[in-house]
Design a protein around this ligand. Structure first.
Ligand SMILES: *[C@@H]1O[C@H](CO)[C@@H](O)[C@H](O)[C@H]1NC(C)=O
Ligand SMILES: *[C@H]1O[C@H](CO)[C@@H](O)[C@H](O)[C@H]1NC(C)=O
Length: 263
């Protein structure tokens, strides 16, 4: 996305850590709302972010502690690049006809399967290949399977069947990984094809609701009820607590392997 840059607040592995996005004028913008869904025809943007004002990136927190992705043997952390497609929405007030459950009120997640490990805050163009419907606490949570258009092998992938053919075992590993992190699947854990995926993304983008858990604040979507001016956006950044005083280190148990099902 041209002119977009990121700004890091404090240090990684601290509760105060944030990654903000700025436009070419140096104004803070929301990576979910201010970045268009399409990078090109049939190419979706994908970005990693969260539910906070301006949807900055921060590390997950559980019970007031920073959350790390467990190494579920034999996997090391995530086995894909995890992010979301901007300007999409999974409506919590809408019962999905495919899954019978309402949305989780988040943008649609995407798992990018290319060979490059992307950086936090990176925005990439992706081709949607397939989709998996997860049910988490009776909410629908779609996971789009995508590939970075800049991947050297992107041209070889146009549907989920190509993943089956060219990365044998990958889809099975994805299912197993998700299963062990407690989620259920709709459609008997079947990956849907590209056409189904694009229809789902289109349905989601047309929904217009104010999220209860996600901040809708954006700075460039005109006529949006949540539009805020650049000064208000800056005030959010200025109001953040300062850096932690001691150096922030990653707890050593983060490097542990987990061999059993985590409950
Ligand atoms: C990938 O695509 C290239 C050309 O685009 C082709 O030469 C190559 O054989 C393909 N690889 C596979 C494994 O299909
Ligand atoms: C901005 O963007 C979305 C559309 O993506 C709109 O529905 C919403 O009302 C606006 N939210 C914000 C933050 O302005």
């Amino acid at each position: 996305v041209s002119g977009l840059s990121t700004e890091v607040h404090t240090v990684p592995f601290s509760l105060e850590y944030r990654v903000f996005f700025k436009n070419e004028k140096g104004q803070y913008v929301s990576p979910f709302h201010d970045i268009p869904i399409y990078a090109d025809k049939d190419v979706f943007h994908m970005v990693i972010a969260t539910k906070h004002p301006l949807n900055t990136i921060k590390q997950g927190v559980k019970k007031e502690k920073l959350r790390y992705v467990a190494n579920l043997f034999p996997y090391k952390g995530y086995i894909w690049n995890y992010g979301a497609i901007p300007q999409t929405w999974e409506d919590s007030g809408h019962n999905d006809k495919h899954t019978g459950c309402c949305g989780d009120n988040d943008p649609t997640d995407a798992c990018e399967i290319g060979s490059k490990v992307c950086a936090r805050g990176e925005i990439i163009g992706t081709k949607a290949l397939g989709i998996l419907a997860m049910i988490d606490k009776r909410e629908t949570d779609w996971k789009v399977i995508a590939i970075n258009v800049d991947d050297p092998y992107a041209a070889n992938y146009s549907d989920v069947n190509d993943v089956k053919r060219l990365k044998p075992g990958y889809l099975e590993a994805m299912l197993e990984w998700v299963r062990r992190t407690r989620n259920e699947f709709a459609f008997k854990a079947e990956f849907k094809d590209k056409d189904f995926t694009i229809d789902i993304i289109k349905t989601l983008v047309t929904k217009k609701i104010n999220g209860k858990r996600i901040s809708c604040m954006n700075t460039t979507v005109s006529e949006s009820p949540f539009k805020c001016d650049p000064d208000a956006a800056r005030a959010i950044v200025d109001a953040l607590p300062p850096s932690c005083e001691s150096a922030c280190t990653v707890p050593t148990d983060v490097d542990k392997w987990f061999h059993h099902q985590k409950n």
